[in-house]
Design a protein around this ligand. Structure first.
Ligand code: PXG
Length: 462
């Protein structure tokens, strides 16, 4: 490769050799991937020197913002001291210890133990094995089934994808694995019909009760859910939903696995979404914001009871080479210190979260937007051809959303689409001026989308 490859050189090599996740590689090869070369705060720079506002914190993870040299220093120092050592064979090391203790301190309830992974997917694979092993160790080996939800995202490994409720993922590779059942999602806007959000939230929670009766409580091990569905489209459940779910789990002796991969580490204005929604998890999946994406690290936070039972049951025959990787753990710990010393989470709860909520709500006046929703610094717009009826477009789901995503990109804003919902989750460090700029760019993207959609005759109602 030449010393300074051009953008088209990079794109050609990328297309020739790099298989992208969740991407139609042939289509991408035709237009060329945008090559990101630098990050600073909420800003990304591409190989042509264009700056864009990162409304997605990378991939819901760069909570403290891009370009923090402090973390580079921590990583370099740790690599010099001890770049790698395993945690399998009767050994441990200071970064894994310090991070575990810090996480126990921050996590809600008695989640005082962590089993490390390098990602959220791996952590959820751990959770499948852990809950089944836990019940078997308690003399209830028949408690094996895990109940999840349609349109949930719990990762891309075979276990994670099986737990998830993404139809497109299950269609490839003979998924899901056995022993996973699914109930509906608390997505009032699209599925609530004539019910009030509260009625609908309760009804969707009661599906858990029905599923337990159908499957048999003595065979159900756990229920897994994200406090707010992230990759599913930032679906914030009605207030009636979580209290009902919590009660049902307790009554039927199910473990509650709360997947905090997106909602953890400040995203909703508390350390964890479990605190925002008053949940009492038995297990919590963490990743992403744990290190703000500076190193790959995740884990399963586990209650005293589960750690005790599993700890007394001999070897738990499970682990990853990089479980508790020293560099990743050291960087994660430094990231948590930044979240704490800069008071970034209180800032989301009391200041920049409410500021974004007000600004975002203003987008509901746009003719394409049926509803603007947000919690902390995660937010969604439901696009619709008919606001009053919360109608879907006649065109295939996602056609209009993708146009809007492309217009956002063209306006140098990273805003994702999930179907016809537009979603953002900017770094927790975003300033008021940057929120204003995000809203201006999102508005331009919506205006341009509206014009395109009208011209193409795509405003028809399904
Ligand atoms: N659980 C949740 C709730 C997630 O959001 C995972 C588990 C898996 O984590 P890893 O680290 O294995 O990717 C996730 C990941 C998207 C998108 O398109 C979301 C995720 C990953 C990739 C894309 O919104 N979330």
């Amino acid at each position: 490769m030449r010393a300074h490859p051009t953008t088209s050189d990079l794109q050609a090599q990328d297309a020739a050799h790099h298989m992208h996740p969740f991407t139609d590689d042939a289509a991408l090869a035709k237009k060329g991937a945008r090559v990101i070369t630098k990050g600073e705060g909420v800003w990304l720079t591409d190989s042509d020197g264009r700056q864009m506002l990162d409304g997605m914190s990378g991939l819901w993870c760069v909570n403290i913002g891009h370009g923090r040299a402090e973390l580079a220093e921590v990583a370099a120092a740790q690599m010099r001291e001890l770049a790698f050592s395993n945690t399998f064979f009767q050994t441990t090391h200071p970064p894994a210890i310090a991070l575990a203790a810090k996480l126990a301190d921050l996590a809600p309830c008695d989640l005082n133990h962590v089993f490390y992974s390098s990602s959220g997917s791996e952590a959820n694979d751990t959770n499948i094995r852990l809950v089944r092993h836990y019940w078997a160790s308690k003399g209830k080996p028949q408690k094996q089934v895990i109940i999840s939800r349609k349109n949930a995202y719990h990762g891309s490994t075979i276990g994670g994808a099986s737990l998830g409720g993404m139809a497109a993922m299950h269609a490839q590779g003979a998924l899901p694995i056995p022993g996973i059942e699914r109930i509906g999602q608390p997505h009032w806007y699209s599925e609530g019909g004539n019910m009030t959000p509260e009625e609908f939230g309760k009804a969707r929670a009661q599906e858990l009760e029905e599923a337990i009766h159908r499957i048999g409580a003595d065979t159900v091990a756990a229920f897994i859910a994200e406090p707010i569905q992230g990759a599913g489209g930032v679906i914030i459940p009605p207030d009636s939903y979580w209290p009902e779910i919590t009660t049902i789990c307790k009554v039927h002796d199910l473990l509650l696995i709360v997947d905090e991969v997106i909602t953890g580490f400040g995203r909703t204005g508390n350390w964890f979404g479990s605190q925002t929604f008053d949940l009492k998890p038995d297990i919590m999946t963490i990743a992403k914001g744990l290190s703000s994406g500076y190193m790959p690290i995740g884990g399963s936070m586990v209650s005293d009871e589960i750690a005790d039972v599993v700890g007394q049951a001999g070897d738990f025959a499970h682990g990853y080479t990089y479980s508790g990787h020293p560099v990743a753990a050291a960087v994660a710990l430094a990231n948590l210190e930044i979240l704490e010393t800069e008071k970034l989470i209180g800032r989301v709860r009391d200041h920049i979260g409410p500021y974004l909520t007000r600004a975002w709500a203003g987008l509901e006046d746009h003719p394409l937007v049926g509803r603007a929703e947000s919690c902390g610094l995660m937010a969604a717009l439901a696009l619709t051809p008919d606001k009053a009826r919360r109608a879907a477009f006649a065109a295939n789901e996602g056609v209009v959303g993708e146009i809007c995503r492309d217009r956002a990109f063209a306006n140098d804003l990273v805003m994702r689409h999930v179907g016809d919902r537009m979603i953002i989750a900017p770094p927790l460090t975003i300033t008021e001026d940057e929120v204003d700029e995000l809203i201006r760019r999102a508005t331009r993207a919506l205006d341009e989308t509206h014009a395109i959609v009208q011209q193409a005759g795509l405003m028809a109602v399904a």
